[in-house]
Design a protein around this ligand. Structure first.
Ligand SMILES: [Zn+2]
Length: 437
């Protein structure tokens, strides 16, 4: 059997580089009792390299009907098959680069997370009474057929119907809410480019607290948001001062009735467990962390998973900044010193700019990534440093980037050779000394 493509070596068996998806239109129905998901996905595709085959990612769910429209003359699907969490479409003739196609896939089944040897489980997950989708990095195929590559950003329209009594939340703005037999359908639209792993659906018995016109918490009605999620408007206002304008229209934190070990960012919202309803710094820092990902990770997204420090280092640095701003346990510089000391006592076997798939979410990526930014700040001064952070988002929002892109950008903005300055932090395993002015 012919080998199926891998778009990113950190995610073997995901993604097809021969095409890109411009827009996903998902229309899904979900029945929590029995965990049944059925629906239709319409993908607007642009072919990037001539090909007679399209490979999509779809895990645990069964496609029942496929149709290909547009293109001139429109190619036909000669045959298609499902294997290894992929849908493989053979076309009746090669299609040229630049060809636009519309693919409709009807599918359904009992969705559940995918598990791989590097990243554990991710994707559509049943809760005690509801659903979360926590897809980073490899869980998107558990709920829709997609081209699962971090660099293939698309716009989305997501409609999900669920029984009465449930609230359905997805990315972007709620554009329609309609009664359907036995329940309601909710349509959400994300009109800014979004990576597949950042697409999400959250279903639960929730009430919405609007902190201000841009900031909401969607949580069980009895959740106590004081001192934790009610801090989000102040966080957002502070991050806008240091990172520039919030890159989406609004932001929501979804708090599930279940406790969750780790929260997760999606585009324009994040997901937390009820255990994060606490004013303790260990919880509050992660509320700030997930919000900061809207700038670093969601608006500006890595092109390759090896550059994950461009997300996690920045979001971790945002925690330290928020600690200083909000009168938290330490100043930013004190957090940097604290974690430098801790890292110095750990194994020095991680390359920050290429940690390998097994270590990409290692805590050292977060802390050393934040220290790398601190080193830049100490070298160029506060004004230049914060100008780099905000201009980076202002100029690259909606795009996919690499570490070299950031180094080149920061060098150009500051006049310093940032590549040379940060090389030991990024490309040497040994921990550099604490940054000195
Ligand atoms: Zn993070």
């Amino acid at each position: 059997m012919p080998l199926l493509p891998t778009a990113d070596p950190y995610l073997p068996g995901h993604g097809d580089p021969t095409y890109a998806v411009r827009h996903y239109d998902l229309d899904l129905g979900y029945v929590p009792d029995g965990n049944r998901l059925d629906g239709t996905a319409v993908l607007d595709i642009v072919v990037r390299e001539q090909t007679a085959r399209l490979v999509l990612d779809l895990a645990h769910l069964r496609a029942t009907k496929l149709r290909l429209d547009s293109g001139r003359p429109a190619p036909r699907v000669k045959k298609w098959s499902a294997r290894d969490h992929r849908l493989v479409l053979q076309l009746d003739r090669p299609v040229a680069a630049g060809t636009e196609l519309r693919l409709t896939v009807a599918y359904g089944g009992s969705p559940r997370p995918v598990i791989d040897r590097y990243h554990g489980d991710a994707g559509w997950e049943e809760l005690e009474d509801g659903v979360i989708v926590a897809a980073q990095p490899h869980g998107a195929p558990t709920w829709f057929p997609c081209n699962d590559r971090p660099d293939d950003k698309a716009t989305y329209r997501i409609t999900v119907s669920a029984p009465a009594g449930y609230v359905v939340v997805a990315n972007g703005a709620l554009v329609a809410r309609q009664r359907r037999a036995g329940g309601e359908s909710w349509t959400w639209a994300m009109d800014r480019p979004m990576a597949t792993y950042l697409a999400t659906v959250q279903i639960g018995r929730y009430a919405t607290t609007e902190h201000d016109p841009r900031t909401r918490t969607i949580a069980p009605p009895d959740a106590d948001l004081a001192g934790s999620f009610d801090q989000q408007p102040a966080m957002l206002e502070f991050f806008e001062r240091v990172f520039g304008p919030y890159p989406f229209d609004a932001y929501a934190a979804v708090v599930t009735d279940d406790d969750l070990e780790i929260p997760l960012e999606s585009q324009s919202l994040s997901t937390f467990g009820r255990n994060f309803c606490s004013p303790d710094w260990e919880q509050v820092r992660l509320i700030a962390h997930e919000l900061a990902h809207q700038w670093y990770g969601n608006a500006v997204t890595l092109r390759r998973w090896q550059d994950i420090w461009l997300h996690e280092g920045f979001a971790c640095y945002a925690e330290w900044l928020w600690s200083e701003e909000s009168g938290g346990p330490r100043s930013c510089d004190a957090w940097a010193r604290h974690h430098h000391e801790r890292l110095a006592g750990l194994d020095q076997d991680l390359l920050l700019a290429d940690p390998g798939p097994e270590l990409m979410f290692d805590d050292r990526v977060y802390k050393r990534g934040a220290l790398t930014l601190h080193a830049l700040r100490v070298a160029v001064g506060d004004d230049a440093f914060f100008a780099v952070l905000s201009d980076w988002v202002a100029t690259r929002a909606g795009e996919s980037v690499t570490t070299d892109d950031f180094l080149g950008f920061a060098s150009e903005r500051t006049g310093a050779d940032v590549g040379v300055l940060l090389r030991p932090w990024l490309y040497d395993a040994a921990l550099p000394g604490f940054p000195q002015p």
